[in-house]
Design a protein around this ligand. Structure first.
Ligand code: PGA
Length: 252
């Protein structure tokens, strides 16, 4: 059994004061949780500070993005090494907001993935279709192409470092989540593809998590699906009580 991964993506929310309050609330509620890997991704500006606050807790730190070069004249960018300095263990890459608003491509997502592996952070790679693509029936084609591109050039055991987050774009921040069955179909296809690309012994360790309007009232049925290994949570990760309830899911 894979250890489930529940990650909170704070996006561009919270001042330092609000972020600290949120983390303190989570620490209190998540004491002793050890059957789930809990990750939070605050804005860059507070990573270092929050890293100290979670040092003796089960909560781990992620960045919301990263740049692939090691250092140099890349104004506004942050390297893997810099993220490691702050205590990050993970980085989210290829979030649909990055792809849609900031024009990131499969190719740049792959470069970020390779840089994370090279310098020792775990990638959480986001993939997902638009509503139009779902209606055209090309969901699996789109998502599989994104996964294939993101993992291109990854060799053998390195794939174990990855988590893939399936996030249908139409479900993000809309309150309209994919049903458990809809999500399971795509998760199954992603898992199958990873098994085609890599040795089973490594492929079986890749967690495929779901994101898109995950809330306390839908996490239990999502987590009951065999191919859903966790969740990437946006809005509901900004409330300590909601996020803690999601972490303490009870599959039904
Ligand atoms: P949401 O965001 O939970 O607010 O829909 C999820 C995400 O974008 O990762």
């Amino acid at each position: 059994m894979l250890t489930p991964l529940i990650a909170g993506n704070w996006k561009m929310n919270t001042t330092l004061h609000e972020g600290v309050e949120l983390v303190m609330g989570l620490r209190e509620r998540l004491k002793g949780v050890d059957s789930v890997e809990v990750v939070i991704a605050p804005p860059f500006t507070m990573l270092q500070h929050i890293s100290h606050l979670i040092a003796d807790s089960p909560i781990k730190l992620a960045a919301q993005n990263v740049f692939w070069e090691k250092k140099g004249a890349y104004t506004g960018e942050v390297s893997v090494e810099m993220l490691k300095d702050t205590g990050c263990k993970y980085a989210i890459i290829g979030h649909s907001e990055r792809r849609e608003i900031f024009k990131e491509t499969d190719e740049t997502v792959n470069k970020k993935a390779m840089a994370l592996l090279r310098d020792g952070l775990k990638p959480i790679v986001c993939v997902g279709e638009t509503l139009a693509e779902r209606e055209q029936g090309v969901t699996l084609k789109k998502v599989k192409a994104q996964v294939k591109a993101a993992l291109s050039g990854v060799s053998g055991g390195a794939v174990r470092e990855f988590a893939v987050a399936y996030e249908p774009i139409w479900a993000i921040g809309t309150g309209k989540n994919a049903t458990s069955a809809e999500a399971e179909e795509v998760h199954g296809a992603i898992r199958e593809l990873i098994f085609e690309m890599f040795d089973a012994e490594f492929a079986k360790e890749v967690r495929v998590i779901y994101g898109g309007s995950v809330k306390p009232d839908n996490i239990d049925s999502l987590m009951a699906e065999p191919n859903i290994d966790g969740a990437l949570v946006g809005g509901a990760s900004l409330k300590a009580a909601d996020f803690a309830r999601i972490v303490m899911f009870q599959p039904v």
